[in-house]
Design a binder for this molecule. Structure first.
Ligand code: BJ8
Length: 383
């Protein structure tokens, strides 16, 4: 049975991050525009159309949380505290090098934190409608997309043309396809790639300022993995296959994703923002580009949307396509929207899909690792 393994030249997330610091510094010295981002709702296409580089800002690790807790409540999501802590302590070079930040009012914690972040740097905050449908949600969101374009134009003293936006849409759609193909390697049974590698590669690649380079890297790795499957994995028995859902896992990759695999299962899929959630859904290249961008991002299945039936539909498809044996839901401390939705997710997974489910409530501190290992170990044995 194939074991958890990583390629020889595997670059860890901290290594990739360190390398990206240097790249970002060089870009800054060359006078490139840099915009910091956080969330899947961010319309990257407008940043690219402004000839700027979009970079995902730091929001992991517990080192910066004490500094954040000087102004934010302790009982708040670690992702929010880590994001603010990294910015306020100047320990996030990406924040330091960013000219401005583009963020969205997703959960309450994030939107109130951005008010404090706005004291440090220009933050353009997009107001997200509370639901995807009804009461003018799309029209409202479209105006928010327009306001991003206008703010980028004013901030940089430029004009963003329709042609530039169309080119950016095409490039990002090609990137989406490359990322999706890479994720889908794990649909092979047994999977020739660990979930830890998937999570690491995808999150590390978010730092890449050169999308063509990123697409080429992903296409090459996808081809290598398919060859590896044919040579070494095909026809062999599979370890139990796990799907991760819930909150983003970049901050708990070692704590949860890696541990599941060390305990004997393969993490084959992510139904969270570290997975193919928005990659499966390209932007319509034929429509008016602003409308197409607004429509696309409003379809993101985040728990901050009410109602959010698309998430269960995505889970349904992913559990089948990735031949999943069990679901692990990651709930970051004080994330109310995902915690409340977990009740529906658990019922759906156990009663409709008839496979085991476990919810892991955690934060970024290492203090609960032993308890998590015990629970995950028992869960993996059940599969
Ligand atoms: S689209 S999942 S990246 S908001 S875990 S900070 S929701 S309290 S991260 Fe997210 Fe965008 Fe949604 Fe994706 Fe708040 Fe919950 Fe913390 Fe969260």
């Amino acid at each position: 049975m194939p074991e958890f393994s990583l390629p020889e030249n595997f670059e860890t997330y901290p290594e990739a991050r360190k390398k990206a610091f240097i790249t970002m510094k060089e870009l800054k010295e060359q006078g490139r525009r840099i915009v910091g981002v956080f969330c899947t709702y961010t319309p990257w296409e407008l940043i690219l159309a402004a000839d700027a580089v979009a970079v995902v800002l730091c929001g992991i690790g517990d080192d910066n949380i004490p500094a954040a807790e000087l102004r934010l409540p302790k009982n708040l999501c670690p992702l929010i505290k880590a994001s603010y802590g990294a910015a306020v302590t100047d320990r996030c070079p990406f924040f330091y090098f960013s000219d401005m930040v583009l963020a969205e009012t997703t959960c309450d914690g994030k939107k109130k934190m951005y008010e404090l972040m706005g004291e440090l740097k220009h933050c353009h905050i997009m107001q997200l409608p509370p639901g995807k449908t009804g009461r003018g949600a799309l029209e409202f969101w479209k105006q928010e997309v327009i306001s991003v374009k206008e703010d980028l134009e004013q901030f940089y003293g430029i004009t963003i043309t329709e042609d530039k936006i169309r080119d950016a849409i095409k490039l990002r759609n090609r990137e989406r396809k490359a990322v999706l193909d890479f994720f889908e390697v794990a649909r092979l049974k047994p999977s020739p790639i660990s979930g830890y590698e998937i999570n690491t590669v995808i999150s590390s690649n978010e730092f890449s300022p050169d999308l063509e380079e990123k697409i080429a890297f992903l296409n090459q790795r996808t081809t290598e993995l398919k060859d590896l499957y044919e040579r070494e994995y095909k026809g062999k028995p599979s370890r139990p296959r796990v799907l991760i859902t819930g909150c983003p896992t970049n901050g708990v990759m070692d704590k949860i994703v890696k541990r599941i695999e060390e305990l004997g299962a393969d993490v084959v899929g992510f139904e969270n923002c570290c997975g193919p959630r928005e990659k499966k859904d390209p932007i319509d290249e034929e429509k008016d580009p602003i409308t197409a961008i607004a429509e696309k991002y409003l379809r993101v299945n985040c728990s901050v949307m009410s109602p959010n039936p698309g998430r269960l539909e995505a889970l349904d498809v992913q559990i089948d396509e990735y031949q999943v044996d069990g679901v692990v839901e990651v709930l970051l401390q004080a994330c109310h929207t995902f915690a409340i939705e977990s009740d529906a997710v658990k019922k759906f997974v156990t009663q409709k899909k008839h496979i085991p489910y476990i919810a892991i409530n955690t934060d970024y501190s290492p203090s609960d690792q032993a308890q998590i290992d015990t629970r995950l170990g028992a869960f993996v044995e059940l599969l």
